[in-house]
Design a protein around this ligand. Sequence first.
Ligand code: GLC
Length: 424
Amino acid sequence: MSSRRARLRDEAERVLRANWREGRRRDGVPYAFTCPATPRYRHQWYWDSCFHAIAWRHFDPARARAELRTLLRAGGLDGFVPHTAFWDRPARWRRAPFYGTRSVFGSTATATIQTPLLALAWELVAAASPDDPGFAREALPSLRRHYDWLHRERDPDGDGLLTIIHPDESGLDDSPKYDDVFGWMRHDSPGYWWLIERHRRLDYDARRVTDRYEEHLEDVLVNVCYALALRALARLEGAGAGERWLARAERTEAALLERCYDERTGLFLDLAGSRERRVAVSTWSALAPLALSALPTDVRVRLVEQQLLDRRRYGAPCGIPSVSREEPEFNPRFALWRCWRGPSWVNTSWLLVPPMRELGYEREADRIVASLEQAADRHGFREYYNPLTGRGLAARGFGFATLLVDLIFEPEVDASARTPMIQS
Ligand code: GLC
C-alpha cells in the first residue's frame, strides 16, 4: 500500500469516528449514525448514511450495520424512510422551516424521500459481515415494505419511474437541471419555503401533488439508484422470491432507456411535469445509467467516450464534475447555498468509476481515482472539490467523501462485495 493510500485510509477512519453519534431520542428510541459534517450537517441523511455504511464496512462493520438499522428505524411501519432524521437534536430554528417536515417544529424526521440506495448498501454491508450471518436477511420484511412503499406512493403514473416532488429528494439539491422545473421555488431561493408549505398542506402525497402542480419530475439518478437497489434486494431474497424485485428493476431500466434516453446527445434526461418534458441540462445524473450493466453496451460506451472522457464536458483534472463543463451554469467553485453546480463529489466517481473499469477503461478510471486521492490528501475529505484545480471546498471532514476508500480498497472480509452492484 502506498504511503498516500495508508494516510487516506487512516484519515477516512478518523473522520467517520469523529462524526459518529449514538444515544437515545427523547422518546427512548436508540440511534447510532454518522453525521455528514459539523456544524452544518448534524442529522442523519438517507443517502449519506448508505454511503457512510459502505465506507464503515472497511473499518468497523458493526458500525455499518448499526447505521443502516438506525436509518430503517427512522421510517414508519408503512415502509416510508425519510430524507433526514433528527435524532439527537431537532432542526435549529433558522433551518427548521426549510426541511420537508410535517410541522415546522417538533418533527423527528422529514416527510420527503432521498435517492433510495438502502438495499444496495445493506447488501454490501452484509457481504462484509461474516460475524453477523443473520444481517443479510433480518431486514427483508422492512426492505420489502420500503420498496413497495416507493412503488406504490412514488410512481403515480405507473410507468416504472419514481417521481420526486422536491429538488433535494435526489440529493442533488441545487443542480441546474432543476432551475426551470422549480423556478422561483428552487432549492436555493426563498420560494422553496412555499414549495414545502404547499406539500405540507397536501400531506406530501405525491399523487395529489402531481395532479395539481407541474413542479415534479422523474429523475434519472434517483431511478438508476432505485434499479440498483431493487437488484440488490432481489439478490438478498434469493432465487424465487427475488423475481418480483428483478422484474421491477428491469421495468425501471427499460423505462429509462425508452423514455429518458436522448439519441441525439447520448444523455439520459429527466422527465418534468405532467407532459414529461425532457430537461435538456447536462449533469452527471445524465451519465448515471452507465452503472446499469443491463443497458446496451453501445449506449454505455457512448457515455464514457463522448461525455466522461471529453475534456469539453466531464473530462477534468480532478474527479468527475457534477455539471458538464459545456453548460452555461457550470461553476467549478464554491457558491454559498448552491451545491451540485459544477464541483466534483466523491460519490459520483464511486458510482461511475466501477462501470468504466467493467467496460475496459482501466487507465482512465485509475486517473480519476488518483486525482481524487491527491485532492483528498492535500485538502482532506471535503464536501466537494474544484474539478479544475482539485481544491477542497465547502464542509470539512465530510462523511461520504470517505467513499474514496471503497474505490481504492476491497473490503478485507469479502472481496466479491462490490461486484454485484454492476451485474445483472
Ligand atoms: C447537501 C447535499 C445532499 C446531502 C446533504 C447532507 O444537502 O446536497 O446530497 O445529502 O447535504 O450531507
